[in-house]
Ligand binder design. Sequence first.
Ligand code: SF4
Ligand code: SF4
Length: 562
Amino acid sequence: MGVAPVKRLSTGAEAIGRGAAEGGVSLVSGRPCSPPLAAVLAAAACEGVRTERAPSERAAAVAALGASLAGARALAVLSGLEGAADALHAAALAGAAGGLVVLAMDDPGLALGPVRSDSRALARALELPCLEPSDARECLAQLAAALELSERWATPVVLRVTARLLLEARPIELGAPAPRPAAGLRRDRARRVLVAEHGGTLAARLEERLGQLAAEGVDSALNRVELRSRALGVVTSGPTYQYVREALPEASTLKLGLSFPLPSELVRDFARAVDRVAVVEEMEPVLESEVRAAGIPCRGKDGLPRLGELSPELVGWALSGVARPARPEPPAPPRPREACPGCPRRALFQALKRARAGVVADLACSAPGVFPPLAVVDAALAPGAAPALAHGAAAVLGPRVRGRLVALTSEESFLHSGALALAQAAEDGHGAVVVLEDGAAPPGERRADLAQLARALGAARVREVQVGELAACEAALREELAASGLSVLVARGRCPAGARSGAPFRVAPERCNRCGACLRLGCPALAEGTAAMAIDGPRCAGCGLCAQVCRAGAIARGEARA
Ligand code: SF4
Ligand code: SF4
């Protein structure tokens, strides 16, 4: 009697972590900038795969490419392809040695932020084959298929997933982890040195490879024709396949697991087997455009929205004439992100608020400065962008920027790309203040000597402050804002996670005049009591910031914790 396969309920993220172990991946490199991507890295680490946090998407992709060129299997975990586009297009030309898979996560529902990129379109622009799993089981299976395709065709392969797919659980069947040693570096200068002299050959080889992959896609098990009723045939890929099956159980389907390059012949055969064709996809009409370009009339985004996630109800309404689903109630606005009690960012934002400067910040360090009571951030756009935004503004405003503009960046964002902008600003001598957060990242994240780094990049005026000393921090900010030229303020603080600073603070009710200054810090440990403000002792991190803003002297450190 055979042994029954072991099954486990796993999210898409866990399935990919497991797939990395079973597929013999030697390196997973990624930037865990959102919970679903952090879950992929954590799952791979739990499965015993070597996993590293990269400072940027590009660094993750290039590290994975390096591992591949050394003959090992590698997985890059990215929030999208745009941040690594130049490196990935070079990789498409230079090719992979060990299997190289680029996991690209899209967020059609905009649950993680307003930036809406469609990795399917970018994979096409970068000429990289694209696989699209539709559930956790397929995440595991298609990672294995992508590694195999990558090695056989010597190309990086994109595994495109959505945020929802990474978080939804399905039972997956476990195989055995199968570590593989790296084969080692092999010289291949004609492919790996991207000089103009090699360009024509490499471009022709890439073109030929995509044509051959399109032909392979016709018979590939990754692409599946399911013939049911003749009346309607739906071409779909990724998670939307599940919506189609639920909404239109009678419809025939062509499920594209290997969606780029499009297997045009397979789509034509499918179209001949049904009376009418529809394309169901989230976001942009990427498949629809290709199906139309192949000469196949179809329905698509004329009935389905580009914005937001699809659902079985929307698909049923668009294609089978069932009643339009009731417009969902607009979701309640998300709870403003709140910093923990004792977060050093609270002190920094309080100092920035008092200094009355315009603030451009990196997203990673913008909370709690986005919403009241400490709303000081005027712009927070992309990782590492703040120093470059300030540099650009200073370049055109000249002396008018003095005293007005602060660029706030976290250590991670600075290493992502902000450092390059600082080097340029130092060279040009423009005059914004760049505040580098130092130490606010949770324990375990990387640490660099930021003051030394800023000096090495050419900043002549660099000073360090402790953000917990509010008056000194505010004074330093004002002085730097008044100075001419670029200045860098390294704002040191300590993330309180896991370690509190001594005894909690408490309010002496008889001294409190209820002025509200402490409440305007937005510390979750502080609340309005009946007679006076009150501090929740167990939540208080003991940072002492509230005591520094209380002019009545009503707040002081209490008894030591038991
Ligand atoms: S700052 Fe001091 S006086 Fe004002 S409300 Fe808070 S505890 Fe009371
Ligand atoms: S000392 Fe004050 S500001 Fe700091 S954590 Fe405690 S209550 Fe919050």
